[in-house]
Design a protein around this ligand. Structure first.
Ligand code: NDP
Length: 319
């Protein structure tokens, strides 16, 4: 079977490509710059890549860019979307590539006669950013949708980009009869295959690079290998449908630091919160739908340790 992965050089997509090749798929992998070794060297070295990996140049903002990569595929995994904090021009840097890019990819999909399903990498950012109270007895599940106004008011441009992109995807899929499934992961940790630091791995790096403080935030976490596997299960499982939230555990950053302290007792880790305010409460997130795909969750302790070891191996941190 031939499948397409958009944004193949990214953190999550690299694991997805690796697992797809392992399972015998032929992979049409789109990247913005196939001549940049930092974006493709780690992909072409994967087992099976020589025989079954094909690189395509495609940009989210270019109309028709994905047509050739999608042509002849049974599945499209649309992972490409900018993920970074501190955009100067959020419309151009985050919202347009996320929303117009999703539309662009889905338009290519709608022209395909071979396509069975599209799996879009959405996010918990498109689920939980709303006015509904969070508390230890509250269970967030797939019926929750983020509120674009809430994202706008709270300055969450990335969150807004994911919320609008997912809305756009569902609308276009419905109107064009595309079998769509979304994967909605929390903050992703776990080892890096790519040489460049991505935003969520940077969040783990911030715990171990000598910073004296941790942020006052409460977040869900999920391992990158589980995220990649969930994409494949969502395609291979014929009855999969709708959205699948992926969260192993929701914790405050102080608890993430404690997990790392237990693993690395001698490492200097941040020992105080950056602000003197109450911690945002933890809440629960339903695992039911993800488990129904057959997904098993990597414990956060393992995932965080593997992230730190990977960051150390790649020279992002020395100790
Ligand atoms: P990365 O930054 O590692 O990957 C993002 C990918 O998007 C890169 O391959 C990048 O391509 C591509 N991309 C960005 N802008 C464009 C563009 N204009 N045209 C084509 N490609 C573009 O991030 P992740 O692997 O973490 O994220 C992958 C997906 O997962 C995203 O959709 C993200 O929103 C989602 N996600 C991530 C989470 C996380 O914690 N990591 C949590 C929940 C969801 P290039 O290499 O050319 O720059």
């Amino acid at each position: 079977q031939v499948v397409c992965v958009t944004g193949a050089s990214g953190y999550i997509a690299s694991w997805l490509v690796k697992f797809l090749l392992q399972r015998g798929y032929t992979v049409n992998a789109t990247v913005r710059d196939p001549n940049n070794p930092k974006k493709v060297d780690h992909l072409v070295k994967l087992d099976g890549a020589k025989e079954r990996l094909h690189l395509f140049k495609a940009d989210l903002l270019e109309e028709g860019s994905f047509d050739s990569a999608v042509q002849g595929c049974q599945a499209v995994f649309h992972t490409a979307s900018p993920f970074f904090i501190g955009a100067k021009d959020p419309q151009a840097e985050l919202l347009d590539p996320a929303v117009k890019g999703t539309l662009n990819v889905l338009k290519s999909c709608s022209k395909s006669a071979t396509l069975k399903r599209v799996v879009v990498t959405s996010s918990v950012a498109a689920v939980a950013n709303n006015d509904r109270p969070k508390a230890p007895d509250v269970v967030v599940d797939e019926t929750w949708f983020s509120d674009p106004e809430f994202c706008r008011k709270n300055g969450g441009w990335y969150d807004l980009s994911k919320t609008l992109a997912e809305e756009t995807a569902w609308k276009f899929a419905k109107e064009n009869n595309i079998d769509l499934v979304t994967i909605n992961p929390a903050l992703v940790s776990g080892p890096l295959l790519q040489p460049e630091l991505n935003t969520s791995a940077a969040a783990v790096l911030n715990f171990v690079n000598g910073s004296p403080t941790f942020k006052n935030i409460t977040l869900g976490w999920i391992d990158v290998r589980d995220v990649a596997n969930a994409h494949i299960l969502a395609y291979e499982n014929a009855s999969a449908n709708g959205r699948y939230i992926l969260v192993e555990r929701v914790i405050h950053h102080s608890q993430a630091v404690q997990i790392l302290r237990d693993i690395y007792p001698t490492l200097p880790l941040p020992d105080k919160c950056v602000e003197d305010k109450p911690y945002p409460p933890v809440f629960q997130v339903s695992k039911e739908r993800a488990k129904s795909l057959g997904l098993e969750f990597t414990p956060l302790e393992v995932s965080l340790k593997d992230t730190v070891e990977s960051l150390r191996e790649k020279g992002f941190v020395k100790f």
